[in-house]
Design a protein. Structure first.
Length: 304
């Protein structure tokens, strides 16, 4: 195989998956992941793409054509994710050389594609400068917009990214995002809604609506917004150190340590990491110190 040949890799996953699992349970979450994977796989032949592997709620895909890759990425966001009762999808795309070993792919190109996916928001496709140049003149249905340069861990040079949007933004229905489970809701249908502050929130089910009415601040406050923010390698490493320290102190068993470290290594959001450490005293003390520092900084800003 020619290992200098260019490949385009896509990492696609479900936004807000932690919130979805907490709201609807493991069975429902697993069913949605299965549905997501099935729908993605059905689109691959049309774009000359292949599935490399599934990683939790994420899929790693590869194709030899950058334009086809970006077109596929948009379809994943618009057609697979843009439905009532389904989470939003986000995709990161990068083009470059890679090495295949035992039906898996390795190299810097794969790593960068994964990191770019970490930058993407819900309903967003981000592509790198390399993919942008490989696409050349985009197809009429695509619109590529600069999103600036970003520093990614362990890379010396910043990576320039572009948002790949559909040229036609017309949607068949208006969509809202359920603040409890983060799934899409068709606002044109008779689904539960609730006014809070100056905004109307829509829900996929009566259960999510009731959870919101009981404690709306849990879902629209700072904590809920930050819990779905992508975590970093440094945060995962800090979490693993904290878990190992808890094991050394006898707070968790070796079996619990191994299980939590595995989950921490695969965690993609702050919320997923927090769930692994919430019962540890050292984590709670760190959280309290963080809140105290923020309040002190706010007080000093108020005196200026």
């Amino acid at each position: 195989m020619d290992e200098t040949r260019l490949h385009t890799f896509l990492f696609a996953d479900l936004a807000g998956f932690t919130a979805l699992t907490e709201a609807h349970g493991d069975e429902r979450a697993a069913d949605l992941v299965s549905d997501f994977c099935s729908r993605v796989r059905a689109l691959l032949p049309e774009h000359g793409a292949e599935e490399v592997k599934a990683i939790g709620d994420a899929l790693m895909l590869r194709t030899g054509d950058a334009t086809s890759a970006v077109q596929l990425a948009r379809r994943l966001v618009d057609e697979v994710g843009g439905r009532h009762g389904f989470p939003a999808v986000r995709v990161g795309v990068h083009t470059g050389p890679a090495v295949e070993r035992e039906r898996d792919w390795f190299g810097a190109t794969v790593n960068v594609a994964s990191r770019v996916a970490d930058l993407a928001d819900a309903d967003e496709v981000l592509i790198t400068r390399a993919t942008f140049e490989a696409v050349g003149d985009p197809a009429p249905e695509l619109r590529l917009t600069p999103r600036g340069s970003h520093r990614l861990r362990n890379l010396r040079e910043p990576i320039e990214v572009f948002a790949a949007a559909s040229a036609s933004t017309t949607a068949a229905v208006e969509r809202a995002i359920d603040p409890v489970c983060r799934m899409a809701v068709d606002t044109g249908a008779s689904h539960p809604s609730h006014h809070f502050g100056r905004q109307t929130y829509w829900f996929c089910s009566d259960a999510c609506g009731e959870a919101f009415r009981t404690d709306p601040g849990q879902y629209v406050g700072r904590h809920s917004r930050s819990s779905d923010v992508r975590t970093s390698d440094a945060s995962r490493e800090r979490a693993i150190r904290l878990l190992r320290s808890a094991h050394t102190e006898g707070r968790i068993s070796v079996e619990e340590l191994e299980e939590r470290v595995a989950h921490a290594s695969a965690a993609r959001t702050r919320g997923e990491l927090a769930a692994l450490m919430r019962d540890l005293p050292d984590y709670r003390r760190t959280r309290r110190r963080g809140r105290w520092r923020r309040s002190v900084r706010a007080a000093f800003r108020g005196r200026r």
